[in-house]
Design a protein around this ligand. Structure first.
Ligand SMILES: NC(=O)c1ccc[n+]([C@@H]2O[C@H](COP(=O)([O-])OP(=O)(O)OC[C@H]3O[C@@H](n4cnc5c(N)ncnc54)[C@H](O)[C@@H]3O)[C@@H](O)[C@H]2O)c1
Ligand SMILES: [Zn+2]
Length: 350
């Protein structure tokens, strides 16, 4: 069941006020959109934010296809041809692909110009548009070239979610479950209750609270050298499960859903290795099963997933390391897990 979110424009009016202020006096604005955000999101933005009305917009391909060096180069060329300068501001209107690309382009242009993220997917609102990690893909591998470059403003307007397809919404709900698991047990329980009750709407205050947790973690470790790793709960398994799911004959899973399954594995190992109460694993599995069909992996498939995990960039000194949980709200980073533990967790998923 999805309710329509109120088309409140308080975030956009706040943005309107900020952009009309002195700090943006000499700014020219350039908006990056993809086909879907061009159709669904550009008009409400332009109607509500005066300074954006004069902006040039640049359309990029939908999804991962836009996170590409050639697209970045085209955007840099367009900016140059249009006379963009150090005071120019990029506005990324879209999901995580648009903000990763737009942030990357802003970081490189004239050695760094300002940019504003206006996330239009749930994953963007609670994760991708926050934290300053920007990247494009290279050689078929994700996020291989990028910079840390913080957005000047991130404007979260939940009403954009009204046009987002369900799959994309669920993608973001798993990242919310992850964030609340590590950062706010009470909100985690509330979100679980909602999902178990069949409500798949996420409230604006929940989105805000999730974004606050991520921002606080990023502030404590902006360059991802320690505590920020807690945001990777479910991701060591999740990345491998996601890559495996895109092999021929497999049911493809989007990032959030793969992470959702990865969290099952991480919680299973948390029960075994850190004494997390079993009831938390059981409840999480019930919730996850409402959003995605939990896969049942054969022995051969677990070997394939394990092979992807060996390549994961977070492995240190040849060990596979995961974020596990001691309790709700108490994540522990860098726990070494051996290959038999991984096989065991993957086989026990469903
Ligand atoms: N930088 C970070 O910290 C970070 C964190 C998490 C994810 N990411 C990256 O984010 C990307 C995934 O983000 P995503 O899931 O938002 O992908 P996305 O940008 O591809 O958006 C998903 C789909 O939704 C469409 N869409 C966007 N807004 C819409 C709206 N309001 N109505 C209808 N359709 C809409 C898009 O066109 C696209 O088809 C990945 O590349 C991932 O690596 C980055
Ligand atoms: Zn993620």
């Amino acid at each position: 069941m999805r309710n329509i979110l109120p088309s409140h424009t308080s975030s956009l009016s706040r943005l309107n006020r900020i952009l009309s202020g002195n700090t943006f006096n000499h700014a020219r604005f350039f908006i990056i959109v993809d086909e879907n955000t061009y159709s669904h999101c550009l008009a409400p933005l332009i109607t509500s934010v005066e300074r954006i009305q004069e902006a040039e917009f640049m359309e990029v391909p939908v999804g991962e296809e836009c996170k590409d060096l050639t697209i970045a180069q085209q955007l840099w060329e367009t900016l140059l041809e249009s006379g963009a300068d150090k005071e120019s501001v990029l506005v990324n209107l879209g999901g995580g692909c648009v903000s990763d690309l737009g942030g990357f382009v802003a970081a490189g242009f004239k050695r760094g110009i300002r940019y504003i993220n206006i996330p239009t997917t749930l994953i963007g609102m609670v994760d991708a548009a926050l934290g300053g990690k920007t990247a494009v893909n290279l050689g078929g591998s994700k996020n291989q070239v990028g910079f840390f470059h913080q957005p000047t403003i991130t404007c979260i307007e939940p009403a954009f979610l009204n046009t987002l397809p369900d799959d994309e919404l669920f993608n973001g709900i798993f990242e919310m479950l992850k964030t609340f698991l590590i950062g706010n047990p009470e909100q985690y329980q509330t979100l679980c209750d909602m999902l178990l009750g069949g409500t798949f709407e996420v409230m604006p205050d929940m989105i805000a609270s999730c974004a606050e947790i991520k921002s606080a973690v990023v502030k404590a470790d902006p360059k991802d050298q320690g505590i920020r790793h807690i945001l990777n709960l479910g991701h060591t398994f999740g990345h491998a499960i996601e890559s495996f799911s895109h092999q021929p004959d497999q049911q493809p899973l989007n990032h959030g859903m793969a992470v959702g399954v990865g969290i099952v594995c991480a919680l299973y190992l948390s029960v075994k290795k850190l004494g997390l109460p079993q009831e938390h694993l059981d409840r999480y599995c019930q919730v996850a099963a409402k959003l995605v069909q939990l896969p049942h992996y054969t022995l051969k498939q677990t070997e394939s997933i394990l092979a992807y995990m060996r390549q994961d960039k977070k492995n240190a000194e040849g060990e596979i390391r995961c974020v596990l949980m001691q309790e709700l709200g108490a994540p522990v980073i860098d726990i070494a897990v051996d290959e038999n533990e991984i096989r065991d967790a993957l086989i026990k998923i469903s």
